[in-house]
Design a protein around this ligand. Structure first.
Ligand SMILES: CCCCC/C=C\C/C=C\C/C=C\C/C=C\CCCC(=O)SCCNC(=O)CCNC(=O)[C@H](O)C(C)(C)COP(=O)(O)OP(=O)(O)OC[C@H]1O[C@@H](n2cnc3c(N)ncnc32)[C@H](O)[C@@H]1OP(=O)(O)O
Length: 215
């Protein structure tokens, strides 16, 4: 298997928070750009102008790029960050805008609004996006932020179409057997419950290799 490194980085929590604060507004603006690109009725001139402007700003940001993935990082205080995570990356405009909360009993939930960029059936959420949200939330629920867990089996029941708009995703650990964590979850939309899911998340025998770095 390819090497999988959870990287310890020598940054204070304040420095990580400052980096996040620098980029989160940009990420949100890029999400708005994605929606505007889908929905715009602009004429040729305006689209050409937008194309040139986007290329220019992308070149500026790309000038300081050093790696091809941002990885899973953590510092000595246990603050972890995963800017590019496809399910939740704070700097990933492609990720759904999920802000996951953990209850005192370890169950989790997230309230979010899915717009035009997440459409599948007309006016409704793409089934793969629902699966992404559930995989992510259920993985975090299984990990309890203290151990790596990998999706082993994820079973989804699409009970009703999920309208675009406000949704709630929730999950909880049902039981554990050795390295297997059984998680149950659901997605509720404006018409009520749309999906139910259960999954087996597995803590691998191998420990992720840790690599201290200076950056
Ligand atoms: C140290 C620093 C850590 C720092 C970080 C700390 C914490 C992390 C914090 C936060 C984490 C945050 C977020 C998590 C975010 C997102 C979650 C997204 C999750 C994903 O998106 S993740 C990517 C997709 N995922 C994969 O990329 C998995 C590929 N796969 C494998 O890597 C292996 O396949 C593996 C490991 C799954 C199993 O391998 P293995 O060798 O350990 O398994 P083994 O054969 O020993 O079986 C042991 C027992 O599990 C049963 N079992 C085996 N496989 C099963 C399966 N598939 N389904 C159901 N049950 C299964 C057997 O039946 C047996 O059960 P029994 O003991 O009862 O017989």
């Amino acid at each position: 298997m390819g090497e999988m490194v959870f990287r310890q980085v020598d940054l204070s929590t304040e420095e990580v928070d400052a980096l996040e604060a620098r980029y989160v507004p940009l990420t949100e603006a890029v999400r708005e750009l994605v929606a505007a690109t889908i929905l715009s009725n602009a004429d040729d001139d305006v689209v050409a102008e937008a194309l040139a402007a986007v290329r220019e700003v992308t070149a500026k940001l790309s000038a300081s790029v050093e790696t091809d993935h941002s990885g899973v990082n953590y510092n000595g205080a246990g603050r972890s960050w995963n800017w590019g995570n496809a399910g939740s990356g704070e700097r990933n405009a492609i990720a759904p805008p999920i802000d996951l909360k953990t209850n005192p009993d370890g169950s989790t939930y997230a309230d979010l609004v899915l717009g035009a960029a997440y459409e599948g059936p007309p006016g409704h959420v793409h089934g793969g996006v629902s699966a992404l949200l559930l995989d992510h939330l259920m993985g975090v629920t299984a990990s309890q932020m203290s151990r790596p867990t990998f999706t082993g089996t994820l079973t989804l029941r699409y009970r009703n179409p999920l309208p675009l708009g406000p949704i709630r995703v929730e999950g909880r650990v049902a039981r554990e057997e050795g390295r297997k964590v059984f998680v149950e979850a659901s997605i509720t939309g404006s018409d009520g419950i749309a999906l139910e899911a259960d999954g087996v998340f597995i803590t691998p025998t191998w420990s992720p290799s840790l690599e201290a770095t200076q950056n």
